[in-house]
Write a protein that binds this ligand. Structure first.
Ligand code: AMP
Ligand code: MG
Length: 403
């Protein structure tokens, strides 16, 4: 039996005289029934009962949350040690390398353990090529130690201790090409490596594609405040950090603290007034054109200065209304990868938001490892999208003509 035929189905009934609700996305299948025999009252518009049977990905979501949380624990351990170290070793990139590979190994191992399937497919950022080189011996040893410690610390000693070869194999499970058919996990083991090294924001971003669509997403953001980023005081010990966002298609977006608090449903900002809207963009100017976003913000009437944070933590923050807009405009020639957006995309969409390319086209995660767009990505709520899109297109034209 393949993994799709094992997936339970959820039935939902909508009473409507219109077409399907916006939130109902494919692959759902549905049938409609008259709510009462048509001869009962021929003068009132006929209300149809639409029975929607959508896939439930509860089991996959549980495994995704578990693996991303554990990977986050490994990363936190490495970042803590890094921040305690002296200035010289801070310029060394090896801590992020260890955490990156370790995170990918943990997610790969846990997903396979929790969801055994012959068709397991993982599209992930790292592969073991460099790690197999002689000069990486010590790094591989450290990664293996860390993964074993982290798994044993969570009572998963049934899959540990793992050998160095086990770790390399687990990392290389991430070589899948993805695509439009079947189910594929999509992982960025540390999104925002620059933020990780600085001691700022980063995320473990994990999503599942089913027939080319994102059907669930998890964002573990170890340094993101549990309250709004706008009100966070990092010097106040009461201000807690560590968020786990998760979303499943047609089931909403939720947040938990990474140490496992109760779950809260989140929604994007409802504002339709750009003057009240703040916007997110990359911390790194090399990752997104800050001059273009400031032009767009001005045109739209946004008053607040940009909120610059690393990684898909931006999608998480937007999904709970910390800000209303996220603008990402990589410099010419950069190719977006699916693992940099898949989890964030569904976290925002299920919270009522929308992410498109700069031309307003939906993001297509079905084409393999790349998103293949070169215009940028914009994210906001449904009400602001038309005016944002107009400001984006005018600004892009203006910037091009000024060159
Ligand atoms: P952010 O933290 O939002 O700036 O985005 C982080 C992601 O940007 C990383 O995971 C990288 O994959 C990606 N990235 C790396 N180099 C570039 C680049 N030159 N332009 C845009 N994005 C990049
Ligand atoms: Mg990334």
């Amino acid at each position: 039996m393949n993994s799709i035929s094992q997936t339970p189905v959820r039935l939902r009934i909508f009473h409507t005289n219109h077409s399907l609700p916006r939130s109902v996305s494919k692959p759902s299948f549905f049938f409609s029934l008259p709510s009462s025999p048509s001869h009962c009252n021929s003068t009132t518009p006929q209300v149809r009962r639409i029975v929607v049977a959508s896939m439930s990905y509860d089991k996959q979501l549980d495994a995704a949350k578990k693996s991303a949380s554990l990977a986050a624990r490994l990363c936190q351990k490495v970042q803590k040690a890094l921040l305690k170290s002296d200035v010289q070793s801070k310029s060394d990139k090896s801590p992020v390398t260890v955490a990156d590979y370790g995170s990918q190994a943990i997610v790969s191992l846990i997903l396979e353990k929790e969801l055994p399937s012959v068709s397991f497919s993982l599209v992930a950022e790292e592969d073991s090529g460099d790690l197999r080189k002689e000069e990486s011996k010590e790094t591989l040893h450290r990664i293996t130690e860390l993964v074993n410690e982290t798994l044993a610390g969570d009572g998963m000693s049934d899959i540990s201790p793992l050998s160095e070869e086990d770790i390399l194999i687990a990392i290389d499970k991430g070589k899948s090409e993805g695509g439009p058919h079947g189910q594929h996990w999509v992982l960025d083991p540390i999104d925002g490596t620059k933020g990780f090294l600085r001691g700022d924001q980063y995320a473990i971003a994990l999503a599942l594609l089913d027939e080319g669509k994102v059907v669930l997403g998890v964002l573990a953001c170890p340094n993101l405040p549990l309250g709004s980023v706008a009100c966070h005081d990092q010097h106040n010990p009461e201000s807690k950090v560590g968020c786990l966002f998760f979303a499943q298609v047609d089931a909403g977006t939720y947040i938990q603290s990474l140490d496992g608090s109760s779950t809260t449903k989140v929604l994007v900002s409802p504002t339709d007034n750009p003057e009240e809207a703040s916007f997110f963009e990359s911390f790194e100017a090399a990752h997104s054109m800050h001059d273009l976003s400031s032009m767009i913000a001005r045109k739209l009437g946004v008053k607040a200065p940009p909120v610059r944070i690393d990684s898909q933590a931006k999608y998480g923050a937007l999904s709970r209304g910390d800000g209303a807009i996220y603008l990402r405009f990589p410099h010419k020639g950069y190719r977006e990868k699916i693992w940099d957006h898949a989890a964030g995309y569904i976290v925002v969409a299920e919270a009522g938001g929308i992410a498109t390319d700069a031309g307003g086209n939906p993001l297509d995660f079905s084409r393999g490892r790349y998103l293949d767009l070169d215009t940028g990505i914009i994210v906001t709520n449904q009400k602001l999208m038309p005016s944002l899109l107009k400001a984006v297109q005018e600004s892009i034209k203006e910037k091009a003509s000024s060159l």
